[in-house]
Ligand binder design. Structure first.
Ligand code: ZN
Length: 405
């Protein structure tokens, strides 16, 4: 463990974004710092699903300086910040209370070891793959190196996280060629002399770099490369990545009748508001999951042969469409399919902070609850309203805005 150091908000953002890179977020999303000064100190972070004025106050009361939420506070352009609307109220509460707000939304959904992996694991799915693979987060790095430095530069690139293609690592392409240059006044060239045309043998080294590793890889390359001025190309690729993406698809250890499976989902996600569509007796083996609103993935789930899709926010016509495609649906609710991420995120970020030697404590906002209730059975008699998430209504502190993915 490294010596612990005081943490600033930009250090925390670096930690979160190393695990859940903003480059993985959907284009329409707004992840990252929503409110706050990146230079301010932070020692305690509260994690919740939803931002709200009440959540900000809860974070402040718990001694936190930052509220990390899954759903972004600022989503659409703001015309005004006034206490008459919930976003304005929340921004004002955050500024007043000196509480920063940070969001990890679709970057957390799509990342490897992110929300959808945790949801799939909670439902015992094996051999999981991303359901909809993502494009736009891979880069090609091309750098020319003197031949006897090619190996050490390649090692530096690989150590920084470059060169992985599926289950293969240390992938690169190398071609020999001639580099030309003329060192200008005041330079200290590795080879050649100031003011003279130079031609040198070089190796053109190419490898692939995921977005989250770009700055690390470039830094390591520049430290290892012998040239004073390193010429390199970083080219964004349209290739799809197989290791990250929205939703997951995997298999249950044993096939289960749909009704039995849906009941198990309800138990594992601690929700009483679950609904399902499909024949109760049909066997479910291959399962697709997507936390939050995942019905846009129905066609992809059907194409990949999923017996069932577990998600939230299912609308009537979407259920009809699933029926027509022969894919069973388990609508476990937006809240329940995402809220499970909060305690996992607390543990993962705490571990990473310790590894980085940062003086940071992560705590969970435990009082958040599903905005939806179900009517209790007439003979239930306990007036619980069917809540299975274990939080008393009087302690609601989390945000209650639904309808975002
Ligand atoms: Zn969501």
């Amino acid at each position: 463990m490294r010596k612990k150091t005081v943490c600033r908000i930009h250090d925390l953002i670096g930690l979160v974004h190393a695990l859940y890179p903003p480059a993985l977020a959907e284009e329409w999303d707004n992840v990252g710092l929503q409110v706050g000064d990146p230079g301010a100190e932070v020692s305690r972070v509260m994690i919740a699903l939803d931002p709200s004025a009440a959540a900000v106050e809860t974070a402040a009361a718990a001694g936190a300086q930052l509220l990390l939420t899954h759903h972004p506070l600022i989503f659409r352009p703001l015309q005004q910040i006034v206490p008459q609307d919930e976003i304005g109220r929340t921004v004002m509460a955050a500024v007043r209370g000196n509480i920063a707000i940070l969001a990890a939304h679709t970057n957390l959904d799509r990342a490897g070891n992110g929300l959808n992996d945790w949801l799939a694991a909670r439902l015992d799915l094996n051999d999981c793959q991303p359901l909809a693979t993502a494009s736009g987060s891979l880069n090609k790095l091309v750098v020319c190196v003197p031949p006897d430095h090619a190996e050490s530069v390649a090692e530096a690139l690989f150590a920084g996280g470059a060169g992985t293609v599926g289950r293969y690592d240390r992938c690169s392409f190398r071609a020999s060629g001639i580099g030309t240059f003329r060192p200008g006044a005041g330079t200290r060239p590795f080879t050649g002399s100031v003011g003279s045309n130079s031609e040198v043998a070089e190796v053109r080294l190419e490898t692939i770099v995921p977005a989250e590793a770009v700055s690390r890889v470039i830094n390591r390359m520049l430290k290892t490369h012998p040239y004073e001025e390193v010429a390199y190309d970083l080219i964004p690729l349209a290739n799809r990545r197989s290791d990250v993406g929205l939703g997951r698809i995997g298999r249950l250890p044993q096939p289960l009748p749909l009704e039995h499976f849906a009941r198990r989902v309800g138990e594992r996600l601690a929700t009483a508001t679950l609904r399902y569509c499909g024949d109760p007796q049909q066997l479910v083996s291959k399962v697709a999951v997507c936390g939050g609103s995942g019905m846009s993935l129905l066609a992809e789930a059907a194409r990949q042969g999923a017996d069932a899709l577990v998600t939230g926010d299912v609308k009537y016509h979407e259920a009809r469409s699933a029926e027509a495609r022969g894919v069973a649906l388990v609508d476990a609710g937006h809240f329940a399919t995402e809220r499970l991420a909060v305690p996992v995120l607390v543990a993962v970020l705490q571990q990473e902070a310790v590894r980085r030697g940062l003086l940071l404590e992560f705590i969970e906002m435990s009082a958040e609850r599903d905005p939806f209730r179900v009517l209790a059975d007439a003979d239930d008699g306990n007036g619980s309203g069917g809540q299975a998430t274990g939080d008393a209504a009087g302690k609601q502190t989390g945000g209650r805005r639904a309808g975002r993915s």
